[in-house]
Design a protein around this ligand. Structure first.
Ligand SMILES: Cc1cc2nc3c(=O)[nH]c(=O)nc-3n(C[C@H](O)[C@H](O)[C@H](O)COP(=O)(O)OP(=O)(O)OC[C@H]3O[C@@H](n4cnc5c(N)ncnc54)[C@H](O)[C@@H]3O)c2cc1C
Length: 508
């Protein structure tokens, strides 16, 4: 007999776990998230939110707060491979002022770091009714046909929790994956790093309003420097060989000296905030689901940070699982909808890992260059132009391309529904704000036939772009899922025998 019952137990309260908890709670699902850590991450780690992540945070009602957290770095992006901040530059990867194409999304990319984002997600998740408990470790997990039993350990002792579903959002070294019997493969560990978080005034060396990332190839060390959205706070990572050294070989004095070398500031007295060891790796789990247990975030895949997508994918996984589990738990969709999680998110994770690995070789490890290095992946095409393929979309063309250019959308099923400003009930808004449930978007009144489980908003197209960007013309209609992905479309007016394939898409 379990001590407690919940609908969903989330193991982990990082970006994946907190997002899953938040979006489940937003749907009225009873959710408990546990983390063995004392609180949210004190480390800046993942900096930067893609348009898509910001669109998800907009749904959660926290986009402005996250954006404000990164406002200090609003001026643009600088990524270079160099000897040091003022030393020889080997390659400029990006140097741009922060301009964004407002026709792509109602949200601009964010620049906040993980230590800012996690507390925002935590507060909002709790506000929406999620239980989030720290200093509580999962020690065992067993599932049967009806549910999952988890044993949790905290200072107060051990207790068991019975859940209908479990989300393993327990990170790179998480245990849920092995309890679920899921293996993983990939390039494995790539390199070991000491991460030095330090405070120093570097305003004379870097543009303080830009996200500055330098991959450093210095005679003294290989590593990276990154500024954060917290004033004066920066991170220096230093690659080390675990066969010869450990983090204990990096006392404060040595770290401070390496900071001086990296920043070309011989007199700098940095205040070292934290020194930790971390491993860069590239892994993809063989499966993202085993029965009632799902993997999300770094538990499902580990990507080198060279691409800035680890944290973004964690939030995306949490969101994706949450809406699908909520539909099933509320009886609005069949169990089959849950299969679409792995079908859609695992190929996406593969692209993230491949593209980030290609960047890793270019930026950190040119000696690994060779024919087995995957192609680089276009960031914008991946994050806004990825095509979902599963039983929850009806793809009718034969184009195998995994992505398209979101600036030139085709509106085909599987792709993210494009952002278009429409007039809805006398208010101008983004189409993205209409997709809170399954939604039929049309300019043709003949399609506006009330259908259970389907929202058909009355809209007009003041900019005359909807019909083209969605490829439905004036007569057709497009069915958009609650996550803003196009599930089905037609270009014609309804006939007496027309049906909207909603039950099939929901696996009912
Ligand atoms: C130095 C560094 C820099 C990075 N830079 C970037 C970047 O620029 N952009 C980017 O997008 N990503 C970046 N990343 C990656 C990003 O930080 C991770 O992808 C992200 O943290 C993954 O989130 P997660 O929620 O999946 O896992 P984690 O953040 O690792 O969270 C795991 C959670 O699981 C909990 N947990 C683990 N085991 C148990 C257990 N047995 N019981 C209970 N709880 C458990 C932990 O307490 C924690 O709450 C970086 C990572 C590092 C280390």
């Amino acid at each position: 007999m379990a001590d407690e019952h919940v609908q969903v137990l989330v193991v982990g309260a990082g970006l994946a776990g907190l997002s899953a908890a938040l979006f489940l709670a937003q749907q009225g699902i009873e959710v408990l998230a546990v983390s063995k850590h004392r609180g949210t991450s004190p480390h800046p780690k993942a900096t930067g939110q893609t348009h898509r992540t910001m669109e998800l945070l907009r749904r959660a009602g926290v986009a402005d707060e996250v954006l404000a957290g990164g406002a200090g770095l609003d001026g643009g992006l600088v990524i270079k491979i160099a000897e040091s901040l003022r030393g020889r530059v080997f390659h400029t990867i990006v140097q741009e002022d922060h301009e964004w194409d407002a026709s792509l999304s109602p949200e601009r990319p964010g620049m906040a770091s993980q230590d800012h984002v996690e507390p925002v997600l935590l507060r909002r998740a709790r506000e929406l009714g999620a239980q989030v408990v720290f200093e509580t470790e999962l020690v065992s997990l067993a599932q049967d046909d009806d549910g999952v039993t988890a044993r949790l350990r905290s200072a107060g002792g051990e207790r068991t929790v019975r859940a209908e579903y479990v989300i393993g959002a327990d990170g790179h070294r998480g245990v849920v994956r092995s309890f679920a019997g899921i293996g993983r493969r990939g390039h494995g560990p790539l390199s070991h790093h000491v991460g030095v978080v330090f405070d120093a005034d570097l305003s004379a060396r870097i543009a303080s309003d830009k996200l500055t990332l330098f991959y450093l190839r210095n005679p003294a060390f290989t590593g990276a420097f990154v500024a954060t959205n917290t004033e004066r706070r920066n991170v220096l990572t230093i690659e080390y060989d675990p066969a010869r050294e450990s983090v204990a070989d990096y006392p404060l004095r040595r770290c401070a000296e390496l900071v001086r070398i990296a920043t070309d500031a011989p007199d700098l007295e940095p205040e070292i905030v934290e020194v930790t060891a971390w491993e860069m790796g590239a892994w993809l789990s063989d499966r993202f689901r085993a029965g009632r247990v799902f993997l999300a975030g770094d538990a499902a895949k580990v990507t080198p940070p060279t691409g800035g997508l680890g944290g973004n994918t964690a939030i995306g996984d949490g969101f994706d699982l949450a809406w699908k589990l909520a539909e099933v738990l509320k009886g609005e969709a069949g169990e089959g909808l849950l299969d679409s999680y792995e079908a859609e998110r695992r190929p996406y994770a593969q692209l993230v890992v491949d593209g980030s690995y290609a960047n890793y070789v270019q930026r950190f490890a040119p000696h690994l260059a060779g024919p087995d290095v995957p192609d680089e992946v276009d960031h914008l095409h991946l994050t806004l132009g990825y095509r979902c393929r599963s039983s929850a979309v009806l793809i009718e063309d034969t184009d195998p391309a995994p992505m398209e250019n979101p600036a030139d959308p085709t509106g085909r099923p599987g792709f993210r529904a494009p952002h278009v400003v429409v007039d809805h009930d006398g208010t101008q808004k983004s189409t993205l704000d209409l997709f809170t449930t399954w939604t039929l978007l049309t300019l043709n009144p003949a399609w506006r036939v009330p259908t259970p489980g389907l929202d058909i908003p009355t809209i007009t197209d003041p900019t005359d772009t909807l019909a083209k960007r969605y490829g439905i013309g004036p007569t057709g209609a497009t069915l958009v899922r609650p996550d803003g992905v196009i599930a089905w479309r037609t270009t014609t007016s309804p006939t007496p025998t027309s049906t909207i394939p909603l039950p099939a898409l929901k696996s009912l």
